[in-house]
Ligand binder design. Structure first.
Ligand code: NAD
Ligand code: KPL
Length: 305
């Protein structure tokens, strides 16, 4: 009998994972915040995945966080700023055999979660898959990608990666997941805030090459100082490549701001600036960028933490 996948966070990525696991015949349960969400979910009849124009509904069973049954495998699929509170809501159901997969972008939330549930194994993930919600309990699979998973504390891959293969979730076990998370954080810091401040698509940053290059130089110093030399390697050319390859897209932070959603600033640029202060490294342009972004979010009446 396969271990049940509990999915906490029925948003874009959580639904994308839950529906593909369910489609493969694997046991999946959604963990919902409270009884009101549970009732709304029941009324919807299940999770809907829209993929290549095809719509399919999956009646994945749901339960509330306060239910008493133990959780052995938990996919934590909420935003970085919700992760610690979300895991706290199910902490009573986790023990030394529990494994958590943390899908959050950026850095900082993974440590907060691990400290909250020291009894469980926490596996970090970094994903380039893309999905968005086009309605309640409905998700559109917008961009194929890859998910790297890894556990800096225990390099041995878990056996259940086979479930991901069965579900058609492209993935790899990564011995250097922290390098991947730092690299993605650096790319996001060099691109996302500027796209918000200049109200542009990623390609619009081709008009701001000097500013991008200055940020990349500071990010390179920071990564090296944080003991992440591999994440620092050739950062600027990669940032330029990503800007070119995604020229027609709006960055995820731009989309959050345009939709008046809270951003993950504290786990991206905020985390970078905090790490620099801890290492007594001056990164004046990144710090100024953080302050400009906070002022911009304040002006829009959006949370800036
Ligand atoms: P989302 O906002 O679509 O979904 C998060 C869900 O978690 C929401 O439904 C929210 O209600 C739920 N949630 C929050 N706290 C909860 C709680 N205590 N109990 C129950 N549910 C709770 O977010 P998303 O886009 O799926 O992003 C999740 C993470 O994945 C983010 O860190 C994001 O940066 C990262 N990511 C997303 C994508 C993407 O394409 N969407 C791609 C790569 C990485
Ligand atoms: O990951 C991204 C995002 O928009 O969050 C890219 C496309 C790399 C831009 O930073």
């Amino acid at each position: 009998m396969s271990t049940t996948w509990h999915v906490l966070g029925a948003g874009s990525l959580g639904t994308l994972w839950a529906t593909r696991l369910a489609r493969a015949g694997l046991p999946v349960r959604l963990v919902l915040r409270n009884e009101a969400r549970m009732q709304a979910y029941r009324a919807s009849g299940g999770l809907t995945l829209v993929e290549q124009g095809q719509t399919q509904r999956y009646p994945v069973p749901g339960e509330t966080a306060d239910s008493p049954e133990p959780i052995k495998r938990l996919l934590l699929a909420c935003k970085a700023y919700d992760a610690e509170a979300a895991v706290a809501s199910v902490a009573h159901r986790l023990d030394a055999e529990s494994e958590l997969i943390l899908l959050q972008n950026g850095l900082g939330s993974q440590d907060a979660v691990a400290n909250r549930v020291p009894q469980a194994r926490c596996i970090s993930a970094s994903s380039t898959e893309g999905a968005f919600r086009d309605g309640d309990w409905r998700v559109v699979f917008a961009g194929h990608g890859y998910t790297w998973l890894g556990d800096p504390a225990h390099p041995v891959a878990p056996f259940w990666l086979d479930d991901l293969s069965a579900a058609g979730i492209p993935h790899a076990w990564s011995a250097d997941i922290l390098t991947r998370l730092w690299r993605k954080l650096a790319l996001n810091c060099a691109i996302n805030p500027l796209t918000v401040l200049y109200h542009c698509k990623n390609g619009g940053l081709q008009e701001h090459r000097c500013e991008v290059a200055t940020l990349c130089a500071e990010l390179t110093d920071l990564l090296e100082r944080c003991g992440q030399p591999a994440a620092a390697e050739d950062l600027q050319p990669e940032v330029e490549r990503v800007i070119q390859a995604t020229a027609a897209n709006y960055s995820s932070m731009h989309q959050d701001v345009a939709n008046r959603r809270r951003t993950e600033i504290s786990y991206l640029l905020g985390h970078a600036c905090k790490a620099a202060r801890r290492h007594e490294l001056a990164i004046p342009h990144l710090e100024q960028l953080r302050q400009r972004l906070i002022a911009h979010l304040d002006n829009l009446g959006l949370p800036s933490d």
